[in-house]
Ligand binder design. Structure first.
Ligand code: NHW
Ligand code: EN5
Length: 388
C-alpha cells in the first residue's frame, strides 16, 4: 500500500493500538558520522539547491512554484497562495537552518520544479519536550507528479535534519498517511458571504435568500471587549507567560519561549495578526487571540482572483469568555476585508465554532510525527499545535 512510508520510522497502520509498543522515539539517533554525507540521487536531469530566501529572486521562484503547484481543495477550485512575506516569516524563525530550505531545479532550464522545507521547533508530547523539525511546503511541479520524487525530497530533508542532530519531525497533510496522531476538521466562518457563494466556496442554504444570508453573517463595526488592542513588542513577556501556561494542558503542543513568541505572534502586516486584552484597571494581559493570513487563488471565477482567508492561530482566554474574544477576532478580520475566517477543531475551538456560525468544511487535516510514536490517537481538543 505505502511502498515508501512502510520503510520509515513512523507509526504503521498494523501497529495501531498495540500497547506493547511504548510512546516515544521509534528508533534511536545514530552517530552523526554515520549520517549519509552526500545528497540523495535525483534523476540526472535535476539538481539540488539550497534556497536563499534573502534573495528576492529566489523568493519569487519559490513563490511562483507554490502559487502554481501547491495544495488545492478536492475539487480543484482553490489553491493556497502564500505570500512572499509569509514564506520568509514561516521559514526563518529563531535558529532556522538555511540548509533545510531545499529546492530541485532542472539542470538545463534552471527552473525550480520541487521544494520542501524544515524549520526547528521544540514540541512537547506528554511531558517530553523534543527538538523537532516542522516539515512544510512539500511541492512537486504538476508536470513531474507520480514519478516518486516526493520520497527523495523527504529522504533528503530527513538527512539534512539529522546532520543537525535532530531525529524527530512534525507535519500535517490533507491526505492520510501512516499514521495520524490526530485528524482535525476545518471549519469556516463566512465574512463576505456573497463573494463566497459567487466563487463556489459556499452555497446558499436551503430556504435562504442572499439578503437573509448577508444578514445572518453580519458583524458589528467595532470590537466589544474593553481593553482589546493589537499586541506590541513590550507585550512579549506577558503573552509568553499566558501562552505557556495555556499550552501546558494539551498532550502535544509547541514549547514557546519569548523569542518564539516575538517571531510567531508579534503582528506582521498581512502575515500574522495578534490582539490581546489588557485589563483597564490592573494593566494585566488576560486574554489573547491571533490569526494568520493565507489567501487562496480562485481557479475558475470570472469576477474574482483571490479569496482572502484568516486562519485561527493561538488563542488564550482567562478572563474574557473565549466566545466573546473570538467574536472580536471575527470583527477585526471583517474590518480588514477578509472573506472567510477558518479554524480547526483543535484546543478549545469547539466551544465557539457553532455559536459563532462557523460551518464544517469539506477538508480534514491530519497531524503526524516522524520517529515518535503516540499509541493512542489524540482527540483534536487534546492537540495544542497549529502549523502554517
Ligand atoms: S502537506 C502539502 C503537501 N503538498 C501538496 O499537497 C502540494 C500539491 N501536491 C504535490 O506537490 C504539507 C505532490 O502531489 C506531492 C507528492 C509533492 C505532495 N506528505 O512523488 P510521488 C507538507 O508539506 C507520498 C508526505 O510519486 P507526487 C508536509 C505518497 O504517500 N508524503 O507523488 C510534508 C507516496 O508514498 P507511499 C506524501 O504526487 C510532509 C509518495 O509520496 C504526501 O508526485 C512530508 C508518492 O510520491 C504528503 N503530503 O508528490 C513528510 N503526498 O509510501 C515529512 C504524497 O504511499 C516527514 N506522499 O507510496 C518528516 C521528514 C523529516 C524527518 C526529520 C527527523
Ligand atoms: C499544511 N500546512 O480542502 C496544509 N480546504 O475545509 C496542507 N473547503 O476550504 C493540507 N471543494 O468547505 C491542507 N467550504 C488540506 C486542506 C486543503 C484545502 C481544503 C477545505 C477545508 C476548504 C471549502 C471550499 C470547498 C470548495 C469545494 C469549504 C464550505 C464553507 C461553508 C461556509 C458556510 C458554512 C458551512 C461551510
Amino acid at each position: 500500500r505505502h511502498k515508501f512510508w512502510e520503510t520509515q520510522p513512523v507509526g504503521q497502520f498494523k501497529d495501531r493500538g498495540d500497547s506493547s509498543l511504548p510512546d516515544g522515539p521509534i528508533e534511536p539517533p545514530t552517530p552523526l558520522s554515520e549520517v549519509k554525507q552526500e545528497p540523495y540521487n535525483l534523476p540526472s536531469a535535476y539538481e539540488w539547491i539550497t534556497c536563499d530566501l534573502d534573495s528576492d529572486e529566489m523568493c519569487s521562484e519559490v513563490y511562483n512554484l507554490l502559487t502554481n503547484n501547491y495544495v488545492e481543495d478536492d475539487e480543484n477550485m482553490f489553491r493556497f497562495n502564500y505570500s512572499k512575506e509569509f514564506l520568509r516569516w514561516a521559514l526563518r524563525p529563531p535558529g532556522y537552518f538555511r540548509s533545510w530550505h531545499i529546492g530541485v531545479r532542472a539542470k538545463s532550464s534552471k527552473k525550480l520544479v520541487a521544494f520542501i522545507t524544515g524549520i526547528p521547533a521544540r514540541i512537547r508530547a506528554h511531558d517530553d519536550v523534543v527538538n523537532m523539525a516542522e516539515i512544510n511546503f512539500l511541492c512537486v511541479h504538476k508536470r513531474l507528479r507520480s514519478k516518486r520524487l516526493a520520497p527523495v525530497m523527504i529522504k533528503e530533508v530527513t538527512r539534512r535534519v539529522h546532520l543537525e542532530n535532530i531525529w524527530q519531525a512534525a507535519y500535517t497533510a490533507g491526505v492520510v498517511l501512516p499514521t495520524p496522531i490526530s485528524t482535525c476538521q476545518y471549519w469556516h466562518r463566512s465574512l463576505n458571504p456573497k463573494k463566497l457563494i459567487d466563487v463556489g466556496f459556499s452555497r446558499l442554504g436551503a430556504r435562504m435568500t442572499m439578503s437573509r444570508t448577508i444578514k445572518l453573517y453580519k458583524l458589528p463595526d467595532s470590537t466589544v471587549t474593553e481593553g482589546f488592542r493589537k499586541m506590541e513588542l513590550h507585550d512579549v513577556p506577558a503573552v509568553t507567560r499566558l501562552l505557556r501556561t495555556y499550552l501546558n494542558q494539551f498532550i502535544v503542543a509547541p514549547d514557546f519561549d519569548e523569542n518564539d513568541v516575538e517571531h510567531w505572534l508579534l503582528p506582521k502586516e498581512d502575515v500574522v495578526d495578534s490582539y490581546l486584552v489588557e485589563s483597564p484597571k490592573t494593566h494585566e494581559i488576560t486574554d489573547f487571540c491571533s490569526f494568520y493570513t493565507l489567501p487562496s487563488s480562485i481557479l475558475g471565477s470570472q469576477n474574482y482572483t483571490t479569496l482572502k482567508a484568516a486562519y485561527s492561530y493561538y488563542n488564550v482566554a482567562t478572563k474574557t469568555p473565549l466566545l466573546q474574544l473570538m467574536n472580536d477576532a471575527l470583527i477585526v478580520a471583517k474590518r480588514k476585508d477578509y472573506d472567510v475566517f477558518n479554524a480547526l477543531d483543535v484546543m478549545q475551538n469547539e466551544s465557539f465554532l457553532k455559536d459563532l456560525k462557523f460551518g464544517p468544511g469539506d477538508g480534514k487535516l491530519h497531524y503526524y510525527l516522524y520517529n515518535y510514536r503516540i499509541r493512542q490517537a489524540l482527540r483534536p481538543p487534546e492537540l495544542g499545535l497549529v502549523l502554517l
